[in-house]
Design a protein around this ligand. Sequence first.
Ligand code: DAH
Length: 338
Amino acid sequence: MLEDLRALRERLCAELHAITSLRELEEFRLRHLVRRGTVGQLRERFRQLPAEQKPIVGRELHALEATIRQLYNELRQRLEAQAEEELTVDLSLPGRRAFLGGRHPIQQVLDEIVHIFTRMGFAVAEGPDIEDDEHNFTALNFPPEHPARDMQDTFFITPDRQILLRTHTSPVQIRLMRALKPPIRAIVPGRVYRNEEINPRSLAEFHQVEGLVVDRTTSFAELKGILIAFAQQLYGARTEYRFRPSFFPFTEPSAEMDIRCFLCHGAGCRVCKGNGWLEICGCGMVHPAVLRNGGVDPETYIGFAFGMGIERIVMLRLGLDDIRLLYQNELRLLRQFR
Ligand code: DAH
């Protein structure tokens, strides 16, 4: 039996050495260390030995069991520590937050503009992006040879140039006058298209907000008052502004509104191209011919209109120097301006 014990010790030690997982170790325990396992069976045999053999075999058996149990315990501790290390999670690490999305900066500014005008009693209207020459040009009093109809500016859809992508939101003025009876007081946010070279300052597709008021009594003074109130809400109560005479075929008289460059406050900089002012919108009293084209009697009614580009406002706000950034769906940019 002594021989058997020595051989067994060798075998068990070798088995333990080969074990690399807690699962294998548990199998080892169930095979050898439980009452019906190898060691239990040895004890059984030991009990049946003649008395004179017991002391010596007993010592050997005891030593074997102690050695194996010790090796087993050490290995178990090592494997458990290893497993724990693998499972360890560093709870102090910052989590990865899901990006829930947000409104695009252009939409944010549009929403803000719509909000300002709806508080001043304006309704919100829309018109089609695909227009005809009649609404986009003719009814708006553009002479037939006006440069804005040029191939250079307009995306025509049909070869006869009658169907096109609207170049401004002004055609909706005609649609509103034809569809509604005055008084009309509406703004029209929307997308417009121009056949322009794409560069840091211009794209072939951008946004405008149009405004139209038609009533029995209104005035250039009211137009100015509304645009001043608007500018002060969008750009700040102390914003300096000025109106300059200008020309549009569909308004008479026409003007453009500037605000003080909020980057250099008038000193002159890159943004305002050195003159201290930023043009923010075109405006004027609706031309009597345009009222007539809209089915409104210019003897009874008077109107004013205005139109502004949105991308420039967004760029100034965000401090962007390239308009193309707004259309690249660049998440690093969009996440900053949620
Ligand atoms: N439609 C003009 C443009 O695209 C902007 C504009 C100017 C609109 C004067 C108006 C206006 O309603 O009265 O540049």
